[in-house]
Design a protein around this ligand. Structure first.
Ligand SMILES: Nc1nc2c(ncn2[C@@H]2O[C@H](COP(=O)(O)OP(=O)(O)O)[C@@H](O)[C@H]2O)c(=O)[nH]1
Ligand SMILES: [Mg+2]
Ligand SMILES: [Zn+2]
Length: 308
C-alpha cells in the first residue's frame, strides 16, 4: 500500500493510507534513501510503501520510501556532516512575517528565500497583523511587496485576528502541500488554529496511541486542508537553515542575480568587487534592489570559506 507520513516522533510514524485512513506504523528493517546521510530515515511529507504484518502485533510496517521531489533539512547538532530531514514533497513554502510586534527583518526574509531556492521550493511571503499597521508600516509593506514581486515572489497581507485577506490565502493553500514557517510571535500558531479549528478534536490523532507528553510540539506535523491539500507546521523550527551552502553557489539563489550573472566578465565572479560584474552594474542602474544586494553581501560574508 502507498501511504503518506503525517507525523514522526522517532520510532513511530503516523501515516495516511490511500483509502484515507490514518494509522500508526513502524519501519521494517533498515531503510536507506541514497545520496543523503540523514539522522532520520523518514520525514513528514514522505510517500512510503507499507503493509500490514500478520504477526502478533498486527502492525503496519513501512518497507520503502518513495523518491522525494524535494525536502528541507537542518544540520544535525551532533554531527556536522549529517542532516535532519524536517519535511518533504512540498509544493510551496509560506514565510509568515510581520512589520510590527514583532518586526521581521529583511535579512531574515532573504535568508528564508535563499533556503527555499536551495531546497527547490517556491516561496510565498505572507505579512500578518495588518490590523496593527499604521501609515509607516503600510508604506514599508508596499515597498517590500514591490521589491519581492519584481523578483518573482508572491506577497500577501493578512490579519488572522481581524480576518483580513484570508480568502487569497485559502486559494493559495488549496490542493497544495504547504510548509509554514516564521520566527516566533508572527502568528504561526494562530494561523494553524484558524485553518484547523477542530485540531484538538484529534481528527488526525489515532486513538490507542498517545504522543502526548513526548516532545510532540517540536516535531513537524502535517494536517489535511479542508479544501484539499495539506499544511505542514514546524513548531520547533525558527527558520530554514542553509545546509552545506557554498559561497560560490549563493548568487544562484537570488533569482534576479541568477538571471544576470552570465553577463559578468569572469565566470567565477562572486559579485562582490570584481571588475565587469553585470550584477553590480544592474544594482547601480536600479534594476536589482540595493537592499536585496546588501542581503546577498551579508549572507556571502556569513558563509564559511570552504576548507580544502
Ligand atoms: N494584532 C494581531 N495580533 C495577532 C494576529 N495574529 C496573531 N496575533 C497575536 O500575536 C501573538 C503571537 O501569536 P502566535 O500565534 O502565538 O505566534 P507564533 O509564535 O508564531 O506561533 C499572539 O498574542 C496572537 O494573539 C493578528 O493578525 N493581529
Ligand atoms: Mg507558536
Ligand atoms: Zn558578477
Amino acid at each position: 500500500m502507498k501511504a503518506r507520513i503525517y507525523k514522526s516522533t522517532g520510532s513511530w510514524y503516523s501515516l495516511k493510507l490511500e483509502n484515507g485512513q490514518f494509522c500508526q506504523a513502524r519501519i521494517k528493517g533498515v531503510i536507506k534513501l541514497d545520496a543523503i546521510t540523514s539522522t532520520n530515515p523518514i520525514a513528514v511529507g514522505d510517500w512510503v510503501e507499507c503493509a500490514m504484518e500478520e504477526d502478533a502485533e498486527q502492525a503496519v510496517m513501512i518497507h520503502q520510501i518513495l523518491e522525494r521531489d524535494n525536502y528541507v533539512a537542518r544540520q544535525s547538532p551532533h554531527n556536522k556532516r549529517q542532516q535532519h530531514i524536517i519535511a518533504s514533497n512540498m509544493d510551496q513554502s509560506i514565510l509568515l512575517a510581520t512589520l510590527k510586534s514583532p518586526k521581521t527583518s529583511q535579512g531574515f526574509i532573504d535568508r528564508f528565500l535563499v533556503s527555499c531556492e536551495a531546497f527547490h521550493i517556491p516561496a510565498i511571503i505572507v505579512f500578518n497583523k495588518a490590523d496593527l499597521y499604521g501609515p509607516e508600516e503600510l508604506e514599508r509593506y508596499a515597498e517590500l511587496k514591490a521589491m519581492y514581486e519584481a523578483v518573482g515572489y508572491q506577497v500577501l497581507l493578512i490579519s488572522i485576528e481581524q480576518k483580513i485577506g484570508l480568502e487569497p490565502l485559502d486559494q493559495l493553500l488549496k490542493n497544495k502541500t504547504t510548509l509554514v514557517s516564521g520566527h516566533s510571535g508572527v502568528g504561526k500558531s494562530s494561523l494553524i488554529n484558524y485553518l484547523f479549528p477542530h485540531l484538538d478534536l484529534t481528527t488526525q490523532e489515532v486513538s490507542g496511541w498517545s504522543g502526548k507528553g513526548m516532545h510532540t510540539t517540536t516535531f513537524a506535523q502535517m494536517y489535511d486542508y479542508p479544501g484539499g491539500g495539506a499544511v505542514i507546521d514546524t513548531p520547533g523550527m525558527r527558520e530554514l537553515g542553509l545546509v552545506n551552502l557554498a559561497k560560490e553557489e549563493l548568487a544562484q539563489y537570488f533569482p534576479e542575480m541568477r538571471a544576470r550573472m552570465d553577463g559578468c566578465q569572469f565566470n567565477n565572479c562572486q559579485h562582490i568587487n570584481e571588475p565587469g560584474c553585470a550584477v553590480k552594474a544592474a544594482v547601480e542602474k536600479g534594476l536589482i534592489s540595493e537592499a536585496r544586494f546588501f542581503s546577498y553581501v551579508d549572507l556571502w560574508h556569513g558563509i564559511e570559506d570552504k576548507k580544502y
